[in-house]
Design a protein around this ligand. Structure first.
Ligand code: ZN
Ligand code: ZN
Length: 148
């Protein structure tokens, strides 16, 4: 998707397309992986020093509703944003070492299908953080247990 297409989409959805907004979009697209609204604001301020955080949040919210950006809470207390990839992806977050691994969408596809067939619920499963303990940390824990 090109920047012009996004501008057209925004206008069609009734949103104003300001240079600041386009800059926010660009900053999000350029970032590979997760960025916070604060990080985006910092980048945009290099060109538009007056842009405030609430503008960034509002724009990210619009993008989220248009499904071109996704948000995720990886346990930092601050939502992290990511440009929506063509295929949804998810994350495994280790609460012991804070490592974040990618998780293929097929793990959640089954869940989505079951929620639909069993409960008639259309789940939005586009960007998920699943918390737990990673393999390395689990193994470390086992070693400790054996030695004790
Ligand atoms: Zn992600
Ligand atoms: Zn770990």
């Amino acid at each position: 998707m090109r920047d012009e297409d996004i501008a057209v989409m925004l206008r069609r959805a009734g949103h104003k397309v300001t240079p600041q907004r386009l800059m926010i979009i660009e900053a999000l697209r350029r970032a590979s992986g997760h960025v916070s609204a604060g990080q985006i604001a910092e980048e945009v301020r290099q060109h538009y020093p007056t842009v405030d955080l609430s503008t960034v949040y509002r724009t990210l919210d619009v993008l989220k509703r248009m499904r071109v950006a996704t948000a995720i809470d990886v346990g930092t207390g601050d939502a992290m944003y990511e440009w929506a990839p063509p295929e949804p992806h998810h994350h495994l977050v280790c609460t012991s070492c804070d490592k974040i691994a990618n998780l293929d969408h097929r793990y959640l596809e089954d869940l989505g299908a079951r929620l639909k067939s069993d409960l008639g619920f259309n789940a939005t499963l586009d960007h998920f953080a699943i918390f737990g303990v990673c393999q390395e940390c689990t193994m470390d824990g086992c070693d400790d247990g054996n030695e004790a």
